[in-house]
Write a protein that binds this ligand. Structure first.
Ligand SMILES: NC(=O)c1ccc[n+]([C@@H]2O[C@H](COP(=O)([O-])OP(=O)(O)OC[C@H]3O[C@@H](n4cnc5c(N)ncnc54)[C@H](O)[C@@H]3O)[C@@H](O)[C@H]2O)c1
Length: 344
């Protein structure tokens, strides 16, 4: 097989702006079909990418002779779509958060294993060039033993991103499961686990709805979440996320080691800065970080496609995303109880 025939479930923002657009840049990818329950959107995207259009993903799985699907729909739909796609013999690239319950995460992993298909979760932060370089530097010992970190991800909310604006599923608990925790915090949990190559063992959290409203009433989903975490080797850190930053988007991380510091995403001209304990400062131009407004090629579907063609495990296994989900679910319980809890 030289190309992978993909079906795209969900023709919203992440489908259009990331996976479909990036597919047109990759000769190994065939856009075999697109699907959305919003018929006018599905037709428009089908025309744009010259692909057959479906309004029900089950019809697409049955008729479109696919090798793989991209699941880019509301969070609560990921599990059933992934399981059905695996049963239909497709590899699955599913967006984050992988799903909204532990049970569903297990179901997805089991379905992929039983069908002998690959399941990768779209934690694209791992592919951003400053993060890739930072991981290499941490592994090479450039900042010594890691002691602590601060990771921040804040913007003005999904109404500026989602295809449905203020009416988006992002603001509906049954479809989203989480607010900013499932949108932004889960990215940083995954990123920090991967950068540090460690599991989080303990979490405490403050979670609140400070400003996002439906009419005059505050929404039921959190728009602000601050997590404090500890890893197996006792690194401590914070993940600070919100949908209530109405200024410039912030997406930055600082990692403190016993021999230096890495600052990622603080200076747009120099996405990575390395400071050493003896006072030296290196500013590295290593490629940009994407923002909601400016999307750079993420490399996610390229990496997944290569894994399918070369029959090797994808770089963001679902088991990793399952651990990230467990951290988020534990953070919600910790916030409710006002306690630090073990991640389980
Ligand atoms: N990795 C990232 O950086 C990133 C960024 C944005 C969104 N996401 C994730 O991608 C997923 C989609 O988010 P989005 O931003 O594209 O949302 P969106 O609101 O822009 O689009 C969602 C689309 O799904 C469609 N849809 C809903 N139910 C469907 C169904 N049953 N069958 C087919 N289509 C259906 C909607 O009509 C809509 O077009 C979410 O899980 C989100 O968390 C990930």
């Amino acid at each position: 097989m030289k190309t992978v025939r993909y079906g795209f479930i969900g023709c919203g923002a992440v489908g259009q702006r990331r996976h479909l657009r990036e597919s047109t840049l990759n000769r190994k990818i065939e856009i075999a079909a697109v699907c959305d329950i919003n018929k006018s959107r599905a037709r428009r995207v089908g025309r744009q990418f010259a692909a057959p259009v479906y309004f029900d993903y089950r019809d697409m799985l049955r008729d479109a002779a696919l090798d793989a699907v991209v699941v880019g729909t509301p969070n609560a739909l990921h599990a059933d779509m992934t399981v059905d796609a695996c049963k239909a013999g497709c590899h699955v690239l599913c967006e984050k958060p992988m799903t909204i319950t532990t049970r569903d995460a297990r179901r997805m992993i089991k379905a992929a294993a039983q069908a002998k298909r690959f399941l990768m979760i779209g934690h694209n932060q791992r592919f951003m060039p400053p993060h890739v370089k930072a991981k290499r530097m941490i592994e090479a010992g450039d900042i010594g033993r890691v002691l602590s970190f601060v990771s921040v991800f804040k913007h003005g909310g999904p109404e500026q991103w989602s295809a449905d604006g203020m009416d988006s599923w992002f603001f509906k608990k049954a479809e989203a499961g989480f607010g900013v925790l499932g949108d932004l915090a889960v990215h940083k949990v995954d990123l920090m686990r991967w950068l540090l190559d460690e599991e989080f063992t303990d979490v405490s959290a403050r979670v609140a709805t400070l400003d996002k409203r439906r009419g005059r009433h505050l929404m039921r989903l959190e728009d602000t979440a601050l997590l404090t975490l500890r890893t197996a080797s006792r690194i401590i850190g914070s993940i600070d996320t919100s949908w209530t930053n109405y200024g410039l988007e912030e997406n930055h991380t600082t990692i403190y080691g016993d021999r230096g510091v890495l600052r990622i995403g603080i200076d747009p001209d120099y996405p990575l800065i390395h400071e050493t304990r003896d006072g030296k400062r290196r500013r590295l131009r290593v490629g940009p970080m994407s923002t909601n407004k400016k999307q750079h090629r993420s490399g996610v579907i390229d990496a997944f496609t290569d894994c399918i063609l070369q029959n090797r495990q994808p770089p963001i296994p679902a088991a990793d995303a399952q651990h990230g989900l467990a951290v988020i679910l534990t953070a919600i319980r910790a916030a409710k109880q006002g306690k630090t809890l073990k991640v389980r």
